[in-house]
Design a protein around this ligand. Structure first.
Ligand SMILES: [Zn+2]
Length: 204
């Protein structure tokens, strides 16, 4: 099993979207005093590596728990974003098929803890998002905070086509040139998004 973890750790230091409350983790019990370790966590639905459901941006959109589980697993397609440019021609050459999960590698996860992480990133052009819609992929993922800035036009194009969005991935460089399957499994919250464990299984 050749597995690569594409998930960032979730702790009190995990960056949050500007203005969101920080993640809090409180011990509730300990082995010494209570017979077991236990914690209470206070965490946003869009913290760390997580998946956006349609309801995140669309009033009539579905919650994450309403999506079929088949949508969380699929053949992966690795696309390198060079010089912060999404290249539609390169994407056309990538042999994307219906049901694929397309991961865009920008390298911006190296700046995950920089204050500019949530403001200084390239927006996916609408024609790239619309191309992914025509391909009927299951999910699209990024090693940056998301595909666009407010007013989130790209989120709406993708989620409106039931393409789920995986944000704040890491380790995507390890997928370059590989055949792989993506497993992006969110916590089954009946909400607009949820932290997820995302792994890739390399074929062969
Ligand atoms: Zn999100």
């Amino acid at each position: 099993m050749n597995l690569i973890d594409l998930t960032v750790p979730l702790n009190e230091q995990t960056p949050v979207y500007p203005g969101d409350p920080a993640t809090r983790i409180k011990p509730q019990g300990t082995l010494a005093t209570d017979g077991s370790n236990d914690h209470y966590i206070s965490v946003g639905t869009h913290v760390g590596t997580h998946i956006d459901a349609p309801l995140h941006m669309l009033a009539d959109g579905k919650n994450l728990d309403a999506m079929p589980v088949e949508q969380f697993v699929g053949k992966g397609v690795y696309v390198k974003v060079e010089n912060r440019q999404f290249d539609l021609e390169k994407l056309r050459a990538a042999d994307i098929k219906q049901g694929d999960i397309v991961l865009f590698h920008t390298g911006l996860d190296e700046h995950y803890h920089d204050p500019a992480y949530y403001s200084d990133f390239p927006e996916m052009p609408a024609e790239v998002a619309e191309y992914l819609v025509t391909k009927q992929i299951k999910m699209v993922g990024f090693d940056m905070s998301g595909p666009d800035h407010p007013p989130f036009k790209i989120h709406k194009i993708l989620l409106g086509a039931s393409i789920l969005i995986i944000e704040n991935l890491t380790n995507l460089a390890e997928l370059a040139g590989k055949n792989f399957t993506v497993y992006a499994l969110p916590v089954k919250l009946q909400l607009d998004g949820a932290p997820a464990r995302v792994i890739a299984q390399i074929a062969g």
